[in-house]
Design a protein around this ligand. Structure first.
Ligand SMILES: [Zn+2]
Length: 349
């Protein structure tokens, strides 16, 4: 009987010496220690033996089984280490490989201009306020000195929802709301950026939806000089420190006197070019001293308080600043267009 074990042992040593990988070792394990393996077979026909013989056979077979299991386990660990090392060596990370392209969103050019303007006015002590896009006639027109029969409120220009409600045609409506709410705060300084709507046919320079930012200051001794200084700051922040502004008399129902404001051309510096149509100046906004009717309507004592207001088109600023020639590009959401304005912030590089 012991001879048989010795034979198995020798065969095992021979088999194990030729093992090269984990798969081979698994096969070896099954061959010797499996349910139908050699060791199990060895103790199968024990009923023919005497009790003593059975004990002896059992003991020797168990010893053999333990020995083989130990050797297999030892080799198993060695092979695992070896295979892991081989894997690590073969799977070195190639840091020169190009990475997966990640598309990162960026800010819309109109958002960027709005942010820049807000930042400037906040630094000058203004509050940023917003109001509803569906506005009542009273705030959008009437209290801005545009009574019902006024020619400037031609129904063709507005999207009316009911007789008294419309999509706001100007962010000036927010001024009225804010003035009515903040009687105590003096000087009263706000900017209101937001979307506005007019029944314009869309073309390269007109859009039925566009963005405005309204500015309003009400307080004691507020003069035209304050307005001019403020708008100079804005023009220089948006278009460069060398910019100058000039005021041209104009007419708006809610301001008196009213002015169109021009900025010296950012392309030619004032000598005349195609952008400024040879004049050296570019119109950027409308402004003026708040009309006494508007101040009185909002409850301000016009003997004591004056104010200035201005309204700037965000698209107009963005078009001038970025050299965009078609206002519709802001609203068609063409990524090829939008990506041009996000190279720095982490858009598609
Ligand atoms: Zn020019």
């Amino acid at each position: 009987m012991l001879e048989k074990q010795e034979e198995i042992r020798k065969e095992f040593e021979k088999d194990i010496s030729s093992i090269k990988n984990s798969n081979d070792l698994n096969e070896l394990k099954v061959k010797y220690l499996g349910k139908k393996g050699i060791i199990t077979e060895l103790t199968k026909n024990m009923q023919e033996l005497s009790v003593e013989e059975r004990k002896e056979l059992g003991r020797v077979s168990n010893e053999l089984k333990t020995t083989l299991a130990e050797e297999i386990s030892k080799l198993e660990n060695e092979l695992k280490d070896k295979e892991l090392n081989e894997k690590l060596a073969s799977e070195k990370i190639d840091i020169t490989m190009p990475s997966t392209k990640i598309n990162v969103g960026g800010l819309h050019p109109l958002t960027k201009i709005t942010d820049e303007l807000e930042e400037l006015f906040i630094s000058m002590g203004y509050d940023v306020v917003s109001g509803p896009e569906v506005e009542i006639d009273k705030y959008n027109f009437e209290m801005l000195n545009l009574p019902k029969d006024h020619p400037a409120r031609d129904a063709q220009d507005s999207f009316y929802i009911t007789d008294e409600e419309l999509l706001r045609t100007q962010t000036s409506a927010v001024q009225v709301r804010s003035m009515l709410k903040n009687q105590e705060k003096k000087p009263f300084k706000i900017v209101c950026p937001g979307k506005t709507y007019r029944r314009d046919a869309d073309d390269a320079t007109h859009s039925h939806q566009f963005m405005q930012m309204e500015g309003l200051v009400v307080g004691e001794n507020i003069t035209l000089a304050d307005l001019k200084g403020t708008l100079e700051e804005m023009a220089r922040k948006m278009f460069g420190q060398e910019r100058n502004v000039r005021f041209r008399p104009s007419f708006f129902p809610f301001t008196e006197p009213s002015y169109e404001v021009d900025v010296s051309c950012m392309k030619c510096g004032g000598s005349g070019c195609n952008v400024c149509k040879g004049t050296g100046w570019i119109e950027i906004l409308g402004s003026g001293m708040v009309h006494p009717n508007v101040l009185e309507g909002c409850g301000f004592d016009t003997n004591k308080y004056t104010g200035f207001a201005f309204g700037v088109g965000i698209e107009r600023i963005a078009m001038l600043k970025y050299g965009i020639t078609d206002i519709r590009d802001f609203y068609t959401n063409d990524l090829r267009f939008l990506k041009n304005y996000n190279r720095v912030e982490g858009g598609d590089k």
